[in-house]
Ligand binder design. Structure first.
Ligand code: AQP
Length: 341
């Protein structure tokens, strides 16, 4: 199958890790919602990045289950395999192959400056961090360049990796001739960093020390509602968006606005004189109303393994057609003798 670009449509590429039994609200608002929107305007490729998942220890049975669960959640969120290419990263071997080329043009110091590695290895304990965790941003570079992506929808935490991708693409193109498209990060400012409900200065993250501030989409909605109702705010009572002095309230306003489409200024007016209790209760209710059908759809997809398998097989075939072409060009430019079959 030859790969052809869809005329007039830029390429988008992104990935999400199958490292938990549920996506969290930060994953959804910061990234997955943009995946769904971009399938209307872009030639979009989205993958469940199981190769990235194993940079930290994974139980094999859980990894397999979480990978299928991730696909089910992406479909439940609105990805349509007729309008985008949805696949599993390890089904496309070109990712690791191009990853090696990228490793070989990356400076050790350059890789050492990746803040995600520093954060994640600190959480692991520095002596337990793997070489895979150290080089995962470089595999991510290969993920993006393989598809000649123009846009990469991600949260703010990934911005540095997109910069590295541009640097390495430019370096390769400069040394070996034009091969790769230079991508842009596609980051929606308002939702680029959803914060932990208990520690609103920190990013909502599955590996937070406490799960009290983490909203998992597949948790019992009543559990999440309680987390919203006990979200940390501040000692004032005025509902006002001020990320510096009122990070907890601002985070709740951001989530409210993202789920209802109401502007922040309008929300500030709506809650004038009402206090934080009303805001927390409303955000809890709004979230529950949104997440309930999402959970049901996820369960439906999980209960239909043939459809999931068919989606993954079709996605891998479409992705490989594009990836193989880019890898062949990169192998040729770098000076590898072509294999004769
Ligand atoms: N809090 C967040 N706000 C906005 N976007 C976020 N993303 C993650 N957390 C937030 C975005 O979600 C996408 C997929 O992320 P991932 O699968 O790479 O997971 P992650 O970034 O490793 O998520 P966590 O929960 O933060 O995991 P740990 O704790 O392992 O670091 C990405 O586009 C990411 O930007």
């Amino acid at each position: 199958m030859a790969s052809e670009r869809i005329p007039g449509r830029p390429r988008a590429l992104s990935g999400i890790q199958p490292t938990a039994g549920s996506f969290h609200l930060g994953n959804y608002l910061g990234a997955v919602r943009q995946y769904v929107a971009l399938q209307e305007t872009h030639d979009a490729f989205y993958m469940v990045v199981d190769l990235h998942a194993i940079t930290v220890p994974q139980d094999p049975a859980e990894l397999r289950a979480n990978t299928r669960l991730a696909v089910a959640q992406l479909l439940a969120a609105g990805l349509d395999p007729e309008r985008c290419t949805l696949f599993i990263q390890s089904h496309v071997p070109e990712h690791t192959q191009l990853g090696w080329l990228m490793n070989c043009i990356t400076g050790f110091g350059e890789a050492s400056r990746m803040t995600q590695f520093k954060d994640k290895s600190a959480k692991q304990g520095a002596d337990r961090a793997t070489v895979g965790l150290f080089t995962y941003p470089i595999l991510q570079v290969a993920d993006i360049l393989l598809y000649q992506a123009d846009a990469v929808p991600v949260g703010e935490d990934q911005r540095q990796h997109i910069e590295l991708t541009r640097d390495l693409a430019e370096r390769f193109n400069g040394r070996f001739g034009p091969t790769f498209t230079l991508p842009q990060a596609y980051i929606v400012r308002e939702v680029a960093k959803i914060h932990d409900l208990q520690d609103p200065t920190a990013k909502m993250s599955k590996s937070a020390a406490s799960a009290k501030g983490l909203v998992n989409l597949l948790d019992e909605p009543s559990v999440s509602a309680k987390k919203f109702r006990s979200a940390v705010t501040d000692t004032e009572t005025v509902v006002r968006f001020d990320e510096k002095d009122k990070p907890g309230v601002s985070n709740l306003l951001t989530i409210h606005s993202a789920l209802t489409g109401t502007g922040i200024a309008e929300l500030e007016e709506q809650y004038a004189g009402k206090g934080y209790g009303a805001l927390k209760t409303d955000v809890a209710e709004i979230f529950v109303a949104w997440v309930t059908p999402f959970r049901e759809r996820t369960q439906e997809y999980l209960g239909d393994p043939e459809t999931l398998d068919a989606v993954m097989a079709k996605g891998a075939e479409k992705a490989r057609a594009v990836a193989a072409e880019t890898l062949a060009a990169a192998y040729d430019r770098i000076g590898f003798v072509p294999a004769k079959h």
